[in-house]
Write a protein that binds this ligand. Structure first.
Ligand SMILES: NC(=O)c1ccc[n+]([C@@H]2O[C@H](COP(=O)([O-])OP(=O)(O)OC[C@H]3O[C@@H](n4cnc5c(N)ncnc54)[C@H](O)[C@@H]3O)[C@@H](O)[C@H]2O)c1
Length: 335
């Protein structure tokens, strides 16, 4: 396979993770694009990318570039994906894939029509923890899943809500959308499709237009129950999932140990209430974002299926929107 030549649209925080992933995979980053001229110049220099384009149309018009990452604010994912697909570029679009379902459908259709790979940036699917957990669940290591809990929470490094994330127009929602879309996607990946949601949202700390604290209760099609917890009002960063089954449980909590997954089970019924058997599974290899970029390149090469399709991204948005409706109405929403 020849070297992948890629472009990155948006050169802010998450673009750094894409740059790292492409470099680790041996891809060549031909150009960056950003509407902020100062940031673009600084990033081209810092990341040693030879060209910076102020307009995405210029980057997309470059025939050398076969694939792009879209790392811009949420409201721009739709127009930029349509433009990239129209230019015949494979697309790795950051999450949430779109602000609404109609936009997401158009993005999927545009990529299908052009025959390009369309992957959404729910990188947790590619993480070593989720990969191993999925293998364990599918092998029946914890029996039948009964309750699945997911948490992603932080406090913006102790600073305020960054950039456009507090704006409803630019971002479409708060922590439930921003962090929650990852967790809804992971819930579908490790559990099953979701049958209903019952959510609550609150703005407790920041003077912003969107929620900074949220919780959603899930009923899975499989019959299992679950919860997602998201917050910008935590103390420091925490990401984890806890999957409980009839024969054991899986625990991943990056605050306890981001390099290990635990499995608990009972070898005999006479063990005491608080004591279980426990295995520690080390998690090695690349960071989740780099693994996600590598999976995108492998899908382009045809050596693996797209790990998180446009349809998966859309389902995450559907669950977020249903959760907002649930929180507004104060009732569960059946999907
Ligand atoms: N997968 C993840 O874990 C993860 C983490 C953080 C952010 N994100 C997502 O990535 C996206 C960007 O987030 P961020 O934290 O990097 O934001 P950011 O504000 O740090 O960077 C966004 C950049 O896009 C530029 N931009 C805005 N509109 C543009 C346009 N039309 N064309 C070119 N450049 C444009 C801005 O000037 C800015 O430099 C968001 O959708 C966010 O939800 C994903």
């Amino acid at each position: 396979m020849s070297v992948h030549r890629v472009g990155i649209i948006g050169s802010g925080a998450i673009a750094a993770a894409h740059v790292r992933g492409y470099r680790k995979a041996g891809a060549e980053i031909v150009a960056l694009c950003d509407v902020d001229a100062d940031r673009l110049a600084a990033r081209c220099s810092e990341w040693e990318v030879p060209r910076g384009d102020a307009d995405a149309a210029d980057l997309l018009g470059d025939p050398q570039i076969s694939a792009v990452s879209i790392c811009t604010p949420n409201a721009t994912h739709h127009p930029l994906t349509l433009a990239a697909a129209g230019a015949g570029k494979h697309v790795l679009c950051e999450k949430p894939v779109s602000l609404n379902l109609a936009q997401g459908e158009q993005m999927i259709e545009a990529c299908d029509r052009s025959g390009v790979v369309f992957q959404v940036g729910h990188h947790l699917r590619s993480s070593a923890a989720a990969t191993l957990a999925k293998e364990m669940i599918e092998r029946g290591d914890i029996g039948v899943p009964t309750y699945l809990r997911f948490r992603q929470a932080h406090d913006w490094d102790g600073g305020g809500v960054r950039g456009v994330f507090g704006s409803r127009e630019a971002s479409g929602g708060g922590t439930l959308l921003d962090n929650g879309c990852h967790l809804f996607d992971l819930a579908r990946f490790l559990g099953s499709d979701v049958r209903d949601v019952f959510a609550r949202v609150a703005t407790r700390k920041f003077d912003i237009e969107v929620e900074d604290t949220a919780v959603a209760s899930l009923g899975f099609v499989s019959g299992a129950l679950g919860h997602i917890e998201t917050a910008w009002t935590a103390t420091g960063w925490q990401e984890g999932f806890w999957i409980f089954g009839t024969e054991g449980s899986i625990e991943f909590d990056d605050r306890v140990d981001r390099k290990a997954l635990l499995r608990r089970w009972r070898s005999e019924s006479t063990m005491s209430w608080g004591v279980t058997e426990v295995d520690t599974h080390p998690l090695g290899g690349l960071d989740p974002h780099s693994r996600h970029v590598a999976n995108f390149l492998a899908a382009i090469e045809g050596t693996r299926d797209v790990i998180c399709t446009g349809r998966d991204g859309l389902e995450a948005v559907r669950l977020v929107l249903a959760s907002y409706e649930s929180a507004d109405r104060g009732t569960p929403i059946v999907l």
